[in-house]
Ligand binder design. Structure first.
Ligand code: SF4
Ligand code: SF4
Ligand code: SF4
Length: 352
């Protein structure tokens, strides 16, 4: 592997050829701000917040889209860079509602974080502001284009992760906005409602409807779990407040799916509070199901299994498991079938 030696903030670093300045700096523990960059999406160098100074270059360069070069000398936080970043932030908030007090993303918003870090309170670019209607047309996603900073991450997630291409930039200049084809509400578009655009949005422009007014993001305990809907086994975080699940958000450490989810996994969790859901075991007595304790139900199942095995032999028993169970649960089913019931008659609905 070809290595490239360069200097970042006066320190020498060696990284594989082709590494971006942003990644090389990250390797040294230097954090460069970024709004449009996402390591799981293609780089477009659109927001310019990651600009750095490269000795000899005629202008500041976007570190997310510039590869390192031998003997490059980079400054990531020089006065010129800091000034440029402040100006970029001021331009971004020039046409922004600054509604942090009631915004659902308050405390989990990259724009807010960077304005805080760079001391940007208000914009010196005073002018016209958009007043877009909020798209509340569907049960899953709220789209507030007034809070959109046109970073394009949602567009790329929709195109590169879902290959749906449901949204893109429309119009030009000040009127540019991200919207589905024909500028229709999400509900009238080809949207799959996977919410992957929501997962990457750095601001309050795209938010989960189910989580609205349920609390501040920092109040939610995140509990990593496995999706119960299909055999893919995606992982995500249940967001829990006061013992109640209020939403699902992606967990980037998920080995199976990364931050990608489908509509069922991200938004279908509310079945857990459905009033028709069975909460206690039922045992049939005199032809009717009656509620029973777990001890009572498990004792009955164990007794009946034992009776069947003793009377008819192990091969009178067979187990059929489900892709909706976790690997661990399926492992236990086959272990129980083979070692306790003494038969290899065990199968799974997703085997073929
Ligand atoms: S998107 Fe961010 S900066 Fe804008 S109002 Fe919401 S929290 Fe504030
Ligand atoms: S919810 Fe999914 S399909 Fe719909 S716009 Fe977002 S990423 Fe695309
Ligand atoms: S909706 Fe969010 S992710 Fe999409 S362009 Fe706007 S700020 Fe970026």
């Amino acid at each position: 592997m070809e290595l490239v030696k360069l200097s970042i903030n006066g320190k020498e670093v060696e990284v594989p050829a082709g590494t971006t300045i942003l990644k090389a700096a990250e390797q040294m523990g230097v954090n460069i701000p970024r709004l449009c960059y996402d390591e799981d999406l293609s780089s477009v160098g659109a927001c310019r917040l990651c600009v750095v100074e490269v000795k000899g270059a005629r202008a500041l360069v976007a570190s997310c889209a510039t590869a390192v070069a031998p003997a490059m000398v980079v400054e990531t936080h020089s006065p010129a860079v800091m000034e440029a970043r402040k100006t970029i932030l001021e331009l971004l908030i020039a046409n922004h509602p600054l509604d942090c007090l009631t915004c659902e993303k308050n405390g989990d918003c990259r724009l807010q974080d960077y304005c805080y870090e760079y001391g940007v309170k208000e914009s010196s670019f005073v002018g016209e502001k958009h007043n877009y209607e909020i798209d509340d047309s569907n049960p899953f996603i709220i789209r507030d284009n007034n809070k959109c900073i046109l970073c394009g991450k949602c567009v790329r997630a929709c195109a590169e992760w879902c290959v749906t291409n449901n949204i893109d930039f429309a119009y030009r200049g000040f009127n540019t906005k991200v919207t589905p084809f024909w500028d229709v509400p999400y509900a009238e578009s080809d949207c799959l409602f996977c919410g992957n655009c929501v997962a990457v949005c750095p601001t309050g422009a795209l938010t989960e409807k189910q989580m609205h007014t349920k609390g501040r993001r920092w109040e939610f305990e995140k509990v990593k779990t496995t999706c119960p809907f299909c055999g893919t086994g995606c992982n995500f975080d249940l967001n829990v407040k006061d013992g109640e699940v209020v939403g699902v958000t992606s967990n980037p450490t998920s080995a199976v799916n990364g931050r990608q989810l489908c509509v069922k996994g991200r938004f279908g969790w509310d079945f857990i509070y459905n009033e028709n859901r069975l909460k206690t075991p039922l045992i049939k007595k005199d032809g009717k199901f009656v509620e029973a304790s777990w001890d009572e139900a498990l004792d009955l199942v164990a007794t009946r299994f034992k009776e069947i095995k003793e009377k008819n032999g192990s091969d009178s028993f067979a187990a059929l498991s489900s892709a909706r169970c976790t690997n661990e649960e399926n492992f236990l089913v086959q272990k129980f079938t083979r070692t306790v019931m003494g038969t290899n008659s065990v199968d799974h609905c997703a085997r073929t």
